[in-house]
Write a protein that binds this ligand. Structure first.
Ligand code: ZN
Length: 289
């Protein structure tokens, strides 16, 4: 769905609040963006205040969700930074496609390449300084799961390579943002010495962490830092799950509370019941997704 058409339709329906938010301060947003690498030289910064006020920062999201019968479905969508409501009313679809329909030329995903070309063209049509009280859209962040991002951005380094140990840009480099690898002088698991993730590495990584020909480089206001891994996918869907699992095992093994049980299952079950009781006592509601 063309975002330009969507933008016009939302305005025509008198529903601009779905993009502007109810009391979101866009002048403050762009002011704060000055301290972000992507925001400092953003074209919107040179616009007059009354236009900056209507310049909507958006995040795009890409994912290969599991559809029926285990067929992967690519879902590309976008949403405004100023709106945090139910995703059905504030997430706008760009494309939904079964990944079995993708066309490849060797390892090149021709479908994603073509899709991205039109994505860039259409979003660029939303990023001009608009007339009157119309809104404009500005891409500020690209989120998504690692598998999608690897193909979408033609990444030579990827966390998916940590296990496979393959790739053209150094055989074991895994990070989109720095030069961390699965072995060598900057192992990504060495959180004590942290030889990775310093500014010099990040500057070097920024030069070639995505493919040289990806169309997104021509998206208005785009900067490599828009593509840095996001907290949701890196922490909450990635390392945090493993960390929490490891901590639970440690608690079961060494904590005094569940030593009456010998089997792991019984210890973990008792721990879960305790955690539930704690949440009830402290009125912490269960999480539904
Ligand atoms: Zn890194």
């Amino acid at each position: 769905m063309n975002p330009r058409v969507m933008l016009d339709a939302v305005a025509k329906a008198g529903a601009n609040h779905l993009l502007e938010g109810d009391d979101f301060d866009w002048l403050e947003f762009w002011e704060a963006a000055n301290s972000e690498p992507w925001g400092r030289s953003h074209v919107v910064q040179s616009w007059p205040a009354e236009k900056r006020k209507r310049a909507i920062g958006i995040a795009a999201h890409g994912d290969e969700g599991q559809g029926k019968k285990d067929k992967s479905v690519l879902v590309l969508s976008w949403s405004s930074f100023g709106v945090h409501k139910r995703s059905t009313s504030c997430k706008f679809p760009f494309a939904v496609m079964r990944s079995t329909c993708f066309a490849y030329d060797g390892k090149r995903n021709l479908t994603l390449e073509m899709l991205q070309k039109h994505y860039v063209r259409m979003f660029n049509e939303c990023a001009h300084m608009p007339d009157g009280d119309q809104l404009s859209l500005h891409y500020c962040a690209g989120k998504g799961d690692w598998k999608f991002k690897k193909e979408w951005l033609d990444e030579p380094r990827s966390y998916l390579r940590a296990a496979k140990k393959e790739g053209s840009d150094g055989p074991h480099m895994v990070c989109r943002r720095c030069l961390a690898g699965s072995d060598g002088s900057k192992p990504w698991l060495d959180v004590t010495n942290m030889a990775f993730h310093n500014q010099a590495d990040m500057d070097a990584a920024a030069r070639n962490c995505i493919g040289p020909n990806v169309a997104i480089r021509h998206l208005s206001g785009w900067h490599i830092s828009c593509e840095y891994p996001d907290i949701l996918h890196s922490v909450w869907l990635g390392t945090a799950r493993d960390t929490i699992g490891s901590l639970m095992m440690d608690l079961c093994e060494f904590g005094p509370w569940w030593q009456d049980f010998s089997a792991w299952d019984d210890k973990l079950h008792a721990m879960t019941l305790d955690a539930r009781r704690f949440c009830e006592d402290h009125k912490i509601p269960p999480v539904h997704d």
